[in-house]
Design a binder for this molecule. Structure first.
Ligand SMILES: Cc1cc2nc3c(=O)[nH]c(=O)nc-3n(C[C@H](O)[C@H](O)[C@H](O)COP(=O)(O)O)c2cc1C
Length: 191
């Protein structure tokens, strides 16, 4: 069975991005995937510092997150846009996950050959679209197959119903479809 890891670049209570990725995760589950949804706030790790890594090694939470990435075929990621880039929480988590712990560990195991779909939500007019440019570029450089379809939800403070679904039915369906498409592509790639 295809396994996807779903997470948001925000650990804010009531995060729009966390709500958004949950909709995509539902779409992926309906398409037959097993989805693990995590909150990056449950994986607290220090700001990456190579001296700290050299003296202390990889923090347990970073190893746990990296192992989850390794164990899954692909990712559903929604990130806030902070000053036109994706969030520092997400960047730091991905930086830690990019590190090998031993010389014989294959490089970038958490990334290479995985499939990812990106989405974003923001109260602003562009919906966090600009942050996804950097995220797409970074993940692509690390060997992730970032699928072309993505969606940015603008005016996110008005976009969600209290049950977590999107007010706009068409948008709700598009986000669910992103989840389903990710499953389909992950299946195709695994042969
Ligand atoms: C430091 C900072 C920078 C921000 N920069 C942007 C920005 O460039 N574009 C944007 O649309 N929203 C920006 N925002 C607003 C966020 O989109 C908003 O706080 C959003 O709710 C964060 O996502 P979340 O709801 O998933 O936590 C910024 C917020 C913060 C705290």
């Amino acid at each position: 069975m295809t396994r996807l890891l779903a997470f948001s670049g925000s650990c804010r209570k009531g995060s729009f991005n966390t709500r958004l990725v949950a909709v995509a995760a539902d779409g992926a589950i309906a398409a037959g995937a097993e989805v693990t949804t995590i909150d990056l706030g449950d994986y607290p790790m220090p700001l990456f510092n190579q001296d700290f890594e050299a003296s202390e090694g990889m923090p347990g939470a970073a190893r746990d997150f990296k192992n989850l990435m390794i164990e899954h075929d692909g990712f559903l990621i929604a990130s806030p846009e902070y000053n036109s880039a994706f969030s520092p929480l997400l960047k730091n988590s991905l930086d830690w996950a990019s590190r090998s712990e031993t010389d014989d560990e294959p490089p970038l195991q958490a990334f290479r050959g995985k499939v990812a779909t990106l989405m974003a939500a923001s109260p602003g007019g562009l919906g966090g679209l600009r942050g996804m440019v950097f995220l797409r570029m970074m993940l692509g450089n690390l060997g992730v197959i970032v699928l072309p379809d993505q969606l940015a939800v603008r005016e996110a403070h008005k976009a969600f119903n209290s049950d977590g679904s999107l007010v706009d039915d068409a948008q709700q369906q598009l986000i669910r479809d992103l989840g389903a498409q990710t499953v389909m592509r992950a299946r195709q790639l695994s042969g």
